[in-house]
Design a protein around this ligand. Structure first.
Ligand SMILES: [Zn+2]
Length: 313
């Protein structure tokens, strides 16, 4: 388990309606941020996956005038597609009183929050396919959730659902997961799926202690803890090379920011500018790309997301 408790207070942005942030040039590609302030409405005190992650990030993006992002609430009907990954009974059973495990608390209404995260991924995917830069800034994260297991702060696997929807459209989908933890739920959900390649760079050993080997359409690049910053960054580029060799129509990114050197839940050493580099490398592929927020638990998360978005834009 992650097993790290934090309690950091940050001011929360009160977002009521979709808004357009100042845009530097009408000629630039539109950037869409899918978020909803309702996602901060649940919390287990002391838990690192805390409301301020999204609240403070949104506030940071707001104050960066050059970013020019359009902020929208997710509107997709997630219930229509969630069963591509999760059985209906599992989804309905998420709102329960008993914790799933020590990391993954029971929350009243978590089913609604998790479905909103799925909707954000689906809207971000459609936005990317329409030629926009798209990021889903919501919680809970999803890449540890498998068909019938909520774990690792995750309840429903939004990136797996979106990848499967993309594949069902006949698209070749490459998934890049640069969260510091292996996306075991995503791998389990897309293993053997036609038209989908899953790639992950992650710390090993670390939670959830999977992803030490590649298998089938799932390519894993484990990186030792306390390693060189460049080792993790090189792993991201290897994932991207694999994806490009797969001939993708669409790239789906599980964007976790917990390989940052200041993150309390892992022991990797990325700097903020590395996230800019990842964003720029994705942009340079020319392939429609959308990203969803996974982990990232340091107080620097807002700046790291901003760096990544600047790279993508
Ligand atoms: Zn993580």
């Amino acid at each position: 388990m992650y097993g790290v408790a934090m309690s950091v207070e940050s001011p929360l942005l009160v977002l009521s309606e979709p808004m357009v942030l100042p845009h530097s040039s009408l000629d630039e590609q539109i950037m869409k941020i899918f978020t909803d302030i309702a996602c901060i409405d649940y919390e287990r005190p002391g838990h690192p996956e805390r409301p301020q992650r999204v609240g403070a990030t949104l506030e940071r993006l707001e104050t960066d005038k050059a970013l020019g992002a359009v902020i929208s609430k997710p509107l997709a009907d997630a219930t229509e597609f969630v069963e591509l990954v999760h059985p209906y009974d599992f989804v309905k059973g998420l709102s329960r009183s008993q914790d799933f495990d020590a990391d993954t608390p029971a929350h009243e209404g978590i089913e609604t929050h998790a479905l909103r995260s799925v909707a954000g991924a689906l809207d971000a995917m459609e936005s990317a396919l329409a030629g926009e830069v798209a990021f889903s800034l919501l919680r809970p994260p999803g890449h540890h959730a498998s068909a019938e297991t909520a774990m690792g702060f995750c309840y429903l696997n939004q990136i797996a659902v979106a990848a499967k929807v993309g594949a069902r459209k006949g698209l070749v989908v490459g998934v890049l997961d640069f969260d510091v933890h292996h996306g075991n739920g995503t791998e389990a959900s897309v293993l053997g799926a036609e038209g989908i390649l899953y790639t992950s760079v992650h710390q090993s050993p670390a939670f959830p202690n999977t992803g030490n080997h590649s298998r089938g359409n799932c390519k894993n690049y484990p990186i030792r803890p306390h390693g060189r910053r460049q080792d993790f960054a090189d792993g991201v580029m290897r994932c991207l090379d694999d994806i490009l060799a797969f001939g993708p129509d669409l790239i789906a990114v599980s964007a976790g920011f917990d390989a940052f050197r200041g993150d309390p839940l892992a022991q990797e050493n990325l700097e903020g500018e590395d996230y800019f580099t990842f964003g720029r490398a994705l942009k340079d592929t020319g392939v429609p790309t959308f990203s969803v927020l996974e982990g990232g638990y340091s107080d620097d998360l807002p700046q790291l997301v901003l760096e990544y978005l600047k790279g993508l834009s």
